[in-house]
Design a protein around this ligand. Structure first.
Ligand SMILES: [Zn+2]
Length: 324
């Protein structure tokens, strides 16, 4: 089972108690699956087709409970569906016109006598707005498993309907973005918090909790990895610096002899050479008198300047190297 089908399964079980919400869901279901076909004057074929049997059973139940209409459920499969199975609920043709009337989807003079988008009355209450988006998701929604990246979308059949759905979601401050795939508008969300908000708004609480669990785990492990990378690059930097210092000290010793260095630099050279991995602050504590971090780094810099001078073969010899 994919995460998307878990979500659809859970949404399919969200109870509908009010007629206003049943009307809103059925309207969304019919429009979003393109389930209204014109068969001639005042004749329509109504079907609701979905990937999940539970979705179709949901609308079978709502149709019967709130409209007294007994639909017919059938299974579709075959080459045209790439051998996928789809489930379809068909409304008896004799009842189609009355149902469209009850759903307020008929409009005198409009193309095929149908409203392109639902009447505002259909989504009058916030419960109905929520119901509309839920049914739209059941019909044309998809969501990635959170392990694979954050993405939820609704691929809608036309612009006007996409905008209508987006408007209902935005009532709950969920602002879906719109792009196009082939010619179809797609509403989507990419941010984890927004996806989580949408799942919980529609009533998929278990899926939302599963989503949040994975999200938190991912964030913690990202943070730990970032911290580890950062720590190891710091350690590398410190180690490289110490290696260079020791190389310089050895070079001075070979070319000049450490005993030729002024006493404070000589002490620094010996202390660093004997403690190659020690942080600057601790090196300072070993000096007499103790020295702060900036004092230590000034002396180490001085040593490396002397080594550089020696390397370029300063013509006035070792005194030149020391006179800096
Ligand atoms: Zn309602």
């Amino acid at each position: 089972m994919s995460f998307a089908s878990d979500v659809r399964g859970e949404l399919g079980r969200v109870p509908v108690t009010d007629g206003c919400c049943a009307r809103s869901e059925l309207t969304a279901a019919l429009l979003c699956c393109g389930g209204i076909a014109w068969r001639g004057r005042n004749r329509y074929a109504l079907t609701i087709t979905a990937a999940e049997a539970s979705t179709v059973r949901r609308y079978f139940g709502l149709l019967k409970q709130f409209y007294g209409v007994v639909g017919q459920i059938r299974t579709l499969s075959g080459d045209a569906l790439n051998n996928l199975t789809r489930y379809q609920l068909a409304v008896p043709e004799a009842e189609s016109l009355a149902l469209l009337q009850s759903l307020d989807l008929l409009e005198e003079g409009a193309l095929f006598g149908l409203r392109p988008i639902p009447a505002e009355e259909t989504v009058r209450f916030s419960c109905c707005k929520k119901s509309f988006v839920r049914a739209a998701f059941l019909m044309c929604g998809a969501v990635n498993h959170p392990e694979k990246g954050y993405h939820i979308e609704l691929a809608v059949s036309n612009e006007a309907l996409a905008d209508f759905i987006a408007r209902q979601a935005s009532f709950f401050e969920i602002n879906m973005r719109k792009s196009a795939r082939k010619t179809k508008p797609v509403l989507y969300l990419k941010r984890a918090e927004e996806i989580s908000d949408l799942l919980s708004l529609l009533g998929a609480s278990s899926a939302m909790l599963a989503f949040e669990n994975i999200r938190v785990k991912k964030e913690v492990s990202n943070r730990v990895n970032r911290q580890l990378n950062c720590d190891s690059s710091n350690i590398n930097r410190v180690m490289n610096a110490a290696e260079n210092q020791i190389r310089d000290i050895r070079y001075i010793d070979e070319e000049l002899g450490l005993d030729k260095l002024p006493a404070p630099l000589r002490e620094m050279a010996f202390t660093r050479a004997n403690n190659p991995e020690m942080p600057l602050g601790e090196l300072g504590e070993l000096m007499t008198p103790p020295l702060g971090k900036s004092g230590v780094s000034a002396r180490l810099r001085r040593l490396s300047d002397i080594a550089d001078k020696l390397r370029v073969n300063c013509p006035s010899g070792m005194n030149c190297a020391l006179r800096m």
